[in-house]
Design a protein around this ligand. Structure first.
Ligand code: ATR
Length: 282
């Protein structure tokens, strides 16, 4: 069989590019999969300042890199540096997964929405994105990926509330009339009849105030998730569970969003399971 990675002596290299990058859990995640599947490859953290990003990206393939994840603050900038951008990444306005193709072209994709859906499907196997309206709190980059994925998966309506209303309105104008913008101060009202509820803000993260949205009208049938995963159990999820809802923590989204990259670079579909969770939490 021909070596799929001739430039790297058959040892594919990948990594995560951020500034800073020390906090990233991606190296531990990919190292776990590489070891589990016995793949001779490496995944490394790369701290790259914004002014060096273009240079680094153009050089990596020459050093044997087959792809990379990008994280803050580079997720938007890579769109204008890539040769091919997936429709999804273009619509979201950010990419997290780059593939350096054998023909020399750089492909940018966004797998956050895939990770979001895969996490909910794994956490609540009976969850149906098309079962009813979704309520999304927040309108940043992560929220845009969530909205994109929910729409692709058939959610009939997506209600969004954000502190800065303009960002929510931008999502509506980018994603169309299935998106409905709700008032931030009345975010509790949009939970009425919602089948899926998502905290896509950074509220509730360790060191930040909790998200305080009244949950009195939340139905026990709703599936509730939080993109925050430090802590794993946010006050928002605790409140939802107390109302009888099934809840899914945000760590799984991080794990699942990594799978398409691993598969493209290393040629193996990886499994997201409790061993991986433990490895990433360690
Ligand atoms: P990400 O890429 O993780 O989505 P982001 O684009 O900075 O990060 O978005 C952060 C989200 O958390 C936004 O919805 C933000 O609201 P604004 O658009 O009004 O900034 C929300 N957020 C952060 N701090 C908040 C706070 N103290 N109160 C309410 N919302 C907050």
């Amino acid at each position: 069989m021909a070596d799929p990675h001739p430039k790297s002596n058959g040892i594919p290299l990948a990594g995560v590019i951020g500034w800073p990058v020390a906090h990233s859990r991606s190296p531990a995640l990919h190292a776990h999969w590489l070891a589990r599947y016995g793949i001779r490859g490496y995944y490394v953290p790369m701290a790259v300042q914004p002014e060096h990003l273009a240079n680094v990206l153009h050089t990596l393939p020459q050093a044997g890199f087959v792809g990379a994840n990008v994280t803050i603050p580079h997720k938007e900038a890579v769109l204008s540096l890539a040769d091919v951008v997936s429709d999804r990444a273009a619509l979201i306005g950010a990419a997290n997964t780059l593939t350096f193709r054998p023909d020399g072209r750089m492909y940018a994709d966004n797998t956050d929405g895939y990770g979001f859906i895969a996490n909910l499907r794994q956490g609540v196997p009976g969850w149906r994105p098309d079962a009813g309206p979704a309520a999304v709190i927040g309108a940043g980059g992560a929220a845009r990926a969530v909205v994109c994925a929910l729409l692709e998966s058939g959610a009939p309506e997506i209600r969004i509330a954000n502190r800065t209303r303009l960002r929510a309105e931008r999502i509506r104008s980018d994603f169309g009339p299935r998106v409905i913008v709700c008032d931030w101060v009345q975010a509790g009202n949009m939970l009425d009849g919602a089948a899926t509820v998502v905290n896509a803000t950074s509220m509730g993260m360790d060191g930040r105030p909790d998200l305080r949205v009244p949950m009195d009208i939340l139905s026990a049938q709703a599936v509730v998730t939080d993109l925050v995963y430090t802590p794993l159990e946010t006050a928002f999820l605790v409140k939802a569970r107390d109302r009888g809802c099934e809840v899914v923590d945000g760590l799984g989204m991080l794990l699942h969003q990594a799978a398409p990259g691993f598969e493209r670079w290393f040629g193996q579909t990886p499994e997201v399971d409790n061993d991986l969770r433990r490895a990433v939490l360690a």
